[in-house]
Ligand binder design. Sequence first.
Ligand SMILES: Cc1ncc(COP(=O)(O)O)c(C=O)c1O
Length: 432
Amino acid sequence: MSGAARLLSTSLTAGNDVPEVVGGDGVWFELASGQRVVDASNTAAPLGHGHPAIVEAIRRAATAPVVNEGWGWRERELAADDLAGIAFEGEDWVGAVRFFVSASEANDAALALCQALTGRAPLVTRERAYHGGAGLAREVTVQPQWHGGLSSASGVAPTPRLATVHELPAPTSARVTGHADPTAGNEWLVDARKALAESAAVILDYSQGGVYHSPAYQDRVATLAAEAGAYWIADETVTGFGRVGGWFQFQQGTARPDLVTLGKCMSAGGAAAGAVVLSTRVLDRLAGSSWQSYSTYRAHPVAMAAVRAHLATSSASKLYLRAKDLDAAMLTRMHEVARRHPSVARIDGRGLHWTVELSGPDWRTWQGGEANPIATQVAARALMAGALIATSGEQTSLFVAPPLIVSDAELDLIFDALHQGLELADELTSST
Ligand SMILES: Cc1ncc(COP(=O)(O)O)c(C=O)c1O
């Protein structure tokens, strides 16, 4: 058996032949085939690949001693100060930071902390949420095919649940394709109040499942949670650090979270890192007790160095504002995508994070297991045309989220490839 045959792959591929990446610089990937393609879906790489500031920071940190969270490490304290002082500048409710290995771990720990503080076990999220694959984070990752179970041609086998999880309706209005918002009225509030009244926390992210809810939805849920004595966790794993406009998406509303969870792009791809940012309100509740939570590789010196280099680079170059500046141009480009392709059912997004949904099975009923989903075929065609555009292994969803350093010319290439991929989808859907 060859070495490659021992690797159990995931279903997140662009085509049946998973492209092998052998190098990368800027927004470009180099594939084993020799082809260079634009990396059009990578929320872990805001500065692109091989950014000199990240490479240099990691090089320096490589000589650090083996320290874990039990020992003091000055760079860890400085990284927490930088995170609070640079990314959360002006947010004077921020009390403290604890680092984690990943966003999954940060979400699990934040949810467990809320359970401990409230004495309540149930949790609340919204339909189609994705918050990670470990512990309580996995529990609030509610789509069956994302929940860690088994999927096959006969559907997704549900895994036993660890916690009671209530789902708020997904505010699925769409900026480009003009869908109505099912949460615009008040009908859902009675159930939402009931769910929150028995729950420890509500966790909201701002992009997963193609749901880019409005600041008003956030503020409404935040108010309901506060009235019910439940904590509100803003999961900015994807949207933080300038992905959709400004440092964080929660800042578009007026409410402020009890906890913010982070990961993915925090270290600009330099090393695994996540964080929980605690408000002063939560810190006050912790007075006289200590949050017992420890792991060997949390706040690793390499991760801390990369986080600090990312924050310094993004703030010095104002890169965290680039997606905001590009929002109007991206909206225009996406309108063109919707106009040209009858296979497109829904497009929504902000800044440099967009979801293009093809017509096909509705996400509420889709059960996975297709041999070669349309979205995968579209991604494979786009790859041939020069851009790596991700799917989630679903039948119908594509994600456009290039590094924040992407140039206008590189965006032209991405949209060219997307159009070519969608021409295939138009053919496939018109013949069914
Ligand atoms: C909103 C959100 N939260 C949490 C996570 C979990 O991140 P990780 O897989 O890096 O732990 C993800 C991953 O995609 C995410 O999109």
